[in-house]
Design a protein around this ligand. Structure first.
Ligand SMILES: O=C(O)C(=O)C[C@]1(C(=O)O)C=C[C@@H](O)C=C1
Length: 338
């Protein structure tokens, strides 16, 4: 993917009107943008609309302003993305019509981006051996960082690069500043006239902002991957997502529920419904229910979908849930990608 193909979409207004909007956390070149392009690659059909927050993606999908949205759900290194879990939890009743209809996996490699120190030239860049031992090493600074005073990034990206920060940034007394996305972080670093700011963001975001690469592949693990959900309003078929596919017909589904708080074994009873129907669980998450302190809303994701429920196991488990959960909500099923 080149920066020009991703960051300078076709802006012919008349053309855009005939396309179906898809919302994602912007500005352009965020990881969310890159994931959105994987699921909605046909730019003659979809218009990709950046938002400032993940909440705004939920807002636009619920209101119908955008039939689809793409939101990061979990990262293989740092875990669940709480902003997205918040939207799916819908504890204020704002998103009654939102469900999940797809998933996307994106390999995430973070870069430290900023301005090279004034005295440095590419030739004088440090060439010490990093991961892999190649000429342009991974996970180590490529130039002195002594002029950097602050680093901007999204909290998830900070969480995925803790080892690099501890080894190379914290000893310099650098300040870490959370911002709404990694591309926003790159913009803020680029706007610093003194060149004392850096960002942890994608290579694309750095190129788009005109920043130098100060270190590449600074994530704690090379297999760092983020899984995104495609969300839509229930019943939306606009634009025909997901496209019909020959393969990949296996499904996953998501439900949320609360359990009677004072009843011993109440959570085990719900999980047992899935065991008895031989439905394999793929993730479990929880958030405070906000009904009373220390009561939780749970999310269970499992293999199988309403679309391929030939043996009635999904409809069966939902009937069982009705009996043992206090409240529950169907959040959708989609074709699994891995
Ligand atoms: O800031 C971005 O680039 C995003 O798209 C957000 C986000 C996230 O919230 O997980 C997406 C993927 C990476 O895990 C880091 C950040």
């Amino acid at each position: 993917m080149t920066t020009s193909s991703i960051a300078s979409p076709d802006v012919d207004a008349e053309h855009e009107q005939n396309k179906t909007p898809v919302s994602f956390l912007g500005p352009f070149c965020t990881y969310s943008h890159q994931a959105t392009l994987l699921a909605f690659p046909d730019t003659s059909k979809w218009v990709l609309e950046p938002t400032s927050t993940i909440k705004e993606v939920f807002d636009r999908v619920q209101s119908g302003a955008a039939p689809y949205g793409v939101v990061p759900f979990e990262n293989s290194t740092h875990g669940v993305v709480t902003f997205t879990l918040d939207g799916l939890a819908d504890r204020a009743g704002e998103y009654p019509d939102i469900c999940v209809c797809g998933e996307i996996y994106l390999d995430v490699h973070h870069f430290l981006l900023g301005r090279r120190p004034p005295s440095s030239s590419p030739e004088s860049e440090q060439r010490s051996s990093g991961r892999g031992g190649e000429e342009n090493p991974k996970g180590v600074p490529l130039a002195s960082l002594s002029h950097i005073r602050r680093v901007y990034s999204h909290p998830q990206a900070f969480g995925q690069t803790a080892r690099f920060q501890a080894k190379y940034l914290q000893p310099l007394g650098i300040e870490f500043i959370d911002v709404s996305s990694t591309s926003r972080a790159a913009q803020l670093a680029a706007a610093d006239p003194k060149g004392e700011s850096a960002a942890i963001a994608s290579e694309l975001a750095g190129r788009e902002a005109g920043l130098d690469v100060l270190a590449r592949w600074v994530e704690d693990r090379e297999d760092n991957t983020t899984r995104f959900f495609v969300i839509r309003r229930k019943e939306t078929t606009e634009g025909g997502y997901p496209p019909p596919e020959e393969e990949g017909k296996r499904y996953k589904s998501l439900v949320s529920f609360t359990v009677p708080h004072r009843q011993p074994g109440a959570l085990a009873n719900v999980l047992d419904c899935f065991r008895r129907r031989e439905l394999n669980l793929t993730s479990i998450n929880s958030l405070p229910s906000l009904v009373a302190p220390f009561q939780y809303l749970f999310f269970v994701e499992f293999e199988g979908g309403r679309e391929d429920d030939h043996e009635g196991r999904i409809s069966g488990v939902l009937e069982d849930l009705e009996k043992v959960a206090e409240r529950w909500r169907w959040l959708g099923s989609w074709r699994r990608k891995r």
